[in-house]
Design a protein around this ligand. Structure first.
Ligand code: HEM
Length: 259
């Protein structure tokens, strides 16, 4: 069975359509394999070569990868939720209830989105602590740490803006409290709150603003910074692997940037 599958796969990789997308092919030499990665739009952010130690579970606990995984789930479930949701008051609340009780698998979809959001916040902090305690923020990775901080803020903002969308009492009061905290900022506080809510109170304007931020601006910004984050890992010489084993220390492991 597996022989037949691999035969079909080999035949597929020989087709003109496949070759037009994956120009380098899988290849048998290191050069071919490097070219396959460099010339592929989906793979070119990744290193052409990695050390086994760098991608072992102990090095990263795969926390960044898991964060990205939850982000992927959130994007997919978010797009599906958008098909049933109108960002207008009071329709938003009715749509949320419909999702819960009328739409088939709506409750599952909503819960998957909510729990993935909680998981992403937890994982992004865990990832940050792992980077900190392993000292992976040190030169030459300081800039990637800064990009990481931007990603942390974007994750928290995504969570916060999503909170208002069900348009229920919890959402209303959470955003009222949050925007009041923002208004306590010296000098510009009231203006910040006005900008956040599109007015002085949490109303339909605020809902629309939070919707646009939650579904468009913040996810696009997050994708952009994630791309820089990954590109930067490659430019900083790959992932930082703790140097327990002196014999396997090389330029790459010493954190020297790889161009
Ligand atoms: C949306 C949020 C984030 C995503 C999707 C993400 C993703 C990743 C991935 C996949 C890696 C590869 C290693 C691993 O799996 O752990 C990585 C490495 C790294 N991340 Fe993040 N990250 C995020 C947020 C952050 C935050 C908040 C920080 C710190 C403030 C940070 C700092 C770093 C640094 C310095 C590295 C390189 C670590 C090394 O060389 O070992 N990242 N990130």
């Amino acid at each position: 069975m597996s022989v037949r599958v691999s035969k079909y796969f080999d035949a597929l990789t020989e087709t003109r359509a496949w070759r037009s997308v994956f120009r380098g092919g899988s290849g048998s030499s290191t050069l071919h394999r490097s070219m396959a990665i460099q010339q592929n739009i989906f793979l070119h952010l990744l290193s052409t070569k990695v050390r086994k130690r760098m991608i072992s579970l102990n090095t990263t606990w795969y926390l960044g990868t898991l964060t990205l995984g939850t982000f992927g789930i959130l994007v997919i479930t978010g797009i599906l939720l958008m098909l049933y949701y109108h960002p207008s008051a009071p329709q938003a609340y009715a749509d949320t209830k419909d999702l819960q009780f009328v739409v088939s698998s709506g409750q599952f979809l909503r819960n998957l989105h909510r729990w993935s959001a909680h998981a992403m916040v937890f994982l992004v902090f865990a990832h940050m602590f792992r980077v900190f305690y392993r000292g992976a923020y040190r030169a030459p990775r300081e800039f990637n740490w800064v990009i990481g901080v931007v990603l942390l803020l974007l994750t928290l903002l995504l969570s916060y803006t999503g909170y208002l969308l069900p348009w229920d009492q919890l959402a209303y009061w959470a955003i009222t409290v949050g925007s009041n905290i923002a208004s306590a900022v010296p000098v510009v506080g009231d203006r910040v709150r006005f900008l956040m809510l599109g007015g002085h109170f949490v109303n339909a304007n605020a809902l629309l603003r939070f919707y646009v931020l939650h579904c468009m601006v913040l996810p696009i910004a997050a994708l952009f910074f994630v791309a820089i984050h990954f590109w930067r890992i490659r430019k900083d010489g790959g992932l930082y692997a703790h140097q327990k084993d002196a014999a396997s220390v090389s330029n790459c492991d010493s954190g020297r940037p790889q161009l």
